[in-house]
Design a protein around this ligand. Structure first.
Ligand SMILES: [Zn+2]
Ligand SMILES: [Zn+2]
Length: 379
């Protein structure tokens, strides 16, 4: 897989697995009926993995579009079967009469057919593709090849011009979009996996609560989303109330982030004097401060929710994090051994790590918090 942006050389764009037919994996009718099956990108595959071809001269709807690790992706729907498949857009060529896209089956296909599996389709509009006959394919291929040879590098932004806005797949925006576009076949309990109704506020089998926590401002759940185990057409997983949450109360808009200004850190005295003594005193007067205020430093601290994503093939592990960013007015002498205060610090911890830090500093290590800032003059 290419990792850089726009670093594809023309020879790599068209692979050996090029065909005039659009392939879609053969999928299980009802994945919820079977506990064990081969899964690829959220699809429950029939065993052994096989691809079936969409007939030439057929309209193929685009169900979703997004950016995944800087590649433009399309989720296509088999027009007869209703099954879905993810394709990477590798190239788009526009002629005076048509627009052609070179598509490549998304990474990691577990079946035997040669990968990358590629095809050329005509783009009818942002929501619809058109599969080519063998003759049309033979005419489109040299047009595309010429364009590849001339341009060498394809700007991926062209996919947005053709297919519309492509949100990054890690963004809450993308997740919220996918949540409303697809309806789960069956909702199960997040904890015990027993089938439940979407309307339930708690699981009748294990008692697990399903609602988001209440907002401290308005008292309503911060989002309507509820914990669930769900099987969509194209993916399945455990979705907690915050899987597409943007960090704000959906009811009253309260943002769950803190920005704190602190008087702490190294003194500002010498930093302030860089502007000249007169100017500094003047400035302090305007701000209603005295020279004594320069004996403490200033820090801006921001605390907010983050998320770390770990992927193995098509398995995605989401870990909520606490992000702390600190900006300081003055840095100390930074050396490898002492680890002084830097101007900018970014710290990311899991909630469990953050809780351990707070508990230690409030408990056994409390004494570390009771130390004083001190100074000495050696002139
Ligand atoms: Zn349960
Ligand atoms: Zn609220």
């Amino acid at each position: 897989m290419e990792t850089g942006e726009g670093d594809q050389s023309s020879g790599e764009v068209i692979g050996s697995g090029l065909s005039h037919m659009l392939a879609v994996p053969v999928q299980l009718e009802d994945p919820a009926s079977q506990r064990v099956y081969i899964e690829w990108r959220g699809l429950a595959l029939a065993s052994p993995p096989a691809l079936e071809m969409v007939s030439p001269f057929t309209r193929v709807p685009i169900a979703r579009r997004w950016m995944e690790q800087s590649e433009p992706l399309l989720k296509l729907v088999h027009p007869d079967k209703g099954t879905q498949v993810d394709y990477i857009v590798r190239w788009i060529t526009k002629t005076s009469s048509a627009c052609f896209a070179l598509l490549e089956l998304a990474q990691g296909w577990p079946g035997e057919q040669s990968a990358p599996y590629q095809t050329i389709v005509e783009v009818l509009d942002r929501d619809m593709l058109w599969t080519l006959t063998a003759d049309e394919f033979s005419r489109a291929l040299p047009v595309l090849q010429t364009d590849i040879n001339i341009r060498g590098v394809w700007p991926k932004s062209e996919s947005e011009e053709v297919f519309g806005e492509m949100a990054d797949w890690l963004s809450p925006q993308f997740r919220a979009e996918s949540a409303v576009k697809e309806e789960a076949r069956e909702v199960r309990c997040f904890e015990c996996e027993e089938p439940i109704q979407e309307s339930f506020v708690a699981c009748p089998y294990c008692g697990a609560a399903r609602l988001a926590p209440p907002c401290p401002e308005c008292g309503k759940p911060v989002t309507q989303a509820r914990n669930k185990r769900a099987y969509y057409h194209s993916e399945n997983g455990r979705y907690p109330w915050h899987y597409a949450w943007d960090g704000r109360c959906q009811n009253c808009g309260l943002e769950f982030a803190a920005r704190v200004s602190l008087s702490t850190g190294h003194l500002l005295f010498f930093e302030a004097l860089k502007g000249g003594i007169e100017e500094t005193l003047e400035k302090l007067k305007r701000e209603g401060r005295d020279a004594e205020s320069l004996r403490v430093g200033e820090s801006e601290m921001e605390i907010r929710a983050g998320e770390s994503v770990y992927s193995m093939l098509d398995d995605w592990d989401y870990q909520p994090t606490i992000e702390v960013k600190i900006r300081r007015a003055v840095a100390s002498n930074m050396s490898a051994t002492s680890g002084g205060l830097s101007r900018e610090e970014r710290m990311v911890m899991t909630p469990e790590e953050a809780r351990a830090l707070i508990e230690e500093l409030q408990g056994r290590l409390r004494i570390l918090m009771e130390r004083k800032k001190w100074s000495r003059d050696t002139t």
